[in-house]
Write a protein that binds this ligand. Structure first.
Ligand SMILES: NC(=O)c1ccc[n+]([C@@H]2O[C@H](COP(=O)([O-])OP(=O)(O)OC[C@H]3O[C@@H](n4cnc5c(N)ncnc54)[C@H](OP(=O)(O)O)[C@@H]3O)[C@@H](O)[C@H]2O)c1
Length: 301
């Protein structure tokens, strides 16, 4: 079908808070680059209002939605169908309207793996996962899928860390354990880590984690899911210790690209999406991938 005959649809991200979200800039740039007449907006929705908001979205025949904090788990029982990925992770970040059915998917884990690229050989590797919330579940499930041999979960609330470690074992990780955040400070858990992923929002406020980055092997990669214009203290300390780092920008890009592809059935115009994030002030610390992405040529009218 010619692009000009595609009906304009409304898309959006729901969350609370949501004003900081860069998804509208990224998705509207993607629609423009793909010559689609759609519009993506942000909507502040608290958990008790989600059911009503989804009913409204259905009535308005919206094209699709993203969910951010704190709605990703609230949405689970509100979906008619969950993809295998959303079930594995236990959270929903992307919603599709398929006829009368609301389908819940999750692109965070796959977005994380795409952002990681081939930086780390994950097969049999040891990962230290800091945090045990929704994004830790997505990253953990992705790491298990990629063949990680051992995952150590370090979390503030020990019970949640233990629950996540048990869940990742159920998903197929041969060796999982849970430790306290204080257990990280000594450095022992990092001794053979190939990857250390901070999934807590601590870096948003510039707060620090007590961690001896230098206790990790020299080739260990440190990732913070928080993204912004400045490195978080967690990543800044890794750089000082001479370790490679990656912030949350590339994951934001790739989880958004996967959502775009799910909604539209088209390849995401990654270069245009990355440019929109850069224009919004984000430093995409992914030079190799940035060189390899190509904007998809829009279909001829
Ligand atoms: N780059 C991306 O594409 C992307 C995607 C998803 C999420 N994120 C970012 O990842 C972060 C976490 O999101 P989420 O959905 O996982 O949130 P969440 O479900 O609320 O989980 C937050 C986790 O951080 C821990 N935590 C919170 N405050 C802490 C503190 N002051 N000290 C120590 N631990 C603390 C919590 O520990 P307790 O269990 O003890 O409460 C919990 O394990 C957010 O900043 C979000 O923006 C980025």
């Amino acid at each position: 079908m010619a692009a000009s005959r595609v009906h304009a649809r409304l898309f959006g991200v729901l969350g609370d808070p949501v004003d900081h979200s860069l998804s509208p800039a990224m998705q509207n740039a993607a629609f423009a680059a793909a010559r689609l007449p759609h519009l993506y907006l942000r909507y502040r929705v608290a958990p008790p209002a989600l059911e009503e908001a989804l009913a409204d979205a259905r009535r308005l025949r919206m094209g699709g939605l993203n969910l951010t904090v704190p709605l990703k788990e609230t949405a689970l029982p509100l979906c008619d169908v969950l993809t295998a990925e959303a079930r594995r992770i236990g959270a929903v970040n992307t919603l599709l309207f398929r006829g009368d059915r609301l389908v819940g998917d999750n692109t965070d884990g796959r977005g994380f793996l795409r952002a990681l690229g081939d930086r780390v050989r994950l097969g049999g590797a040891h990962t230290v996962l800091i945090g045990a919330g929704g994004s830790a579940r997505a990253v953990g499930a992705a790491l298990v899928h990629a063949g990680c041999g051992r995952i150590t979960v370090a979390n503030r609330t020990p019970g949640r860390g233990e629950q996540l470690a048990a869940r990742l074992a159920t998903l197929g990780c041969p060796d999982t354990r849970a430790i306290s955040l204080a257990g990280l400070a000594g450095g022992d858990p990092l001794a053979d880590a190939a990857l250390v992923v901070n999934t807590t929002p601590l870096g948003l406020g510039g707060a620090r984690l007590a961690l001896r980055h230098g206790a990790s092997p020299p080739r260990c990669l440190f990732i913070d899911l928080v993204y912004g214009t400045q490195p978080t203290p967690f990543l800044a300390a890794a750089v000082r210790a001479g370790r490679a780092t990656l912030d949350g920008g590339p994951m934001l890009l790739h989880q958004g690209a996967l959502a775009f592809e799910t909604w539209t059935g088209r390849r995401a115009p990654l270069a245009a999406m990355a440019r929109a994030l850069s224009d919004a002030g984000l430093v995409l610390t992914q030079p190799r991938a940035a060189r390899s992405v190509r904007a998809r040529r829009p279909p001829r009218p």
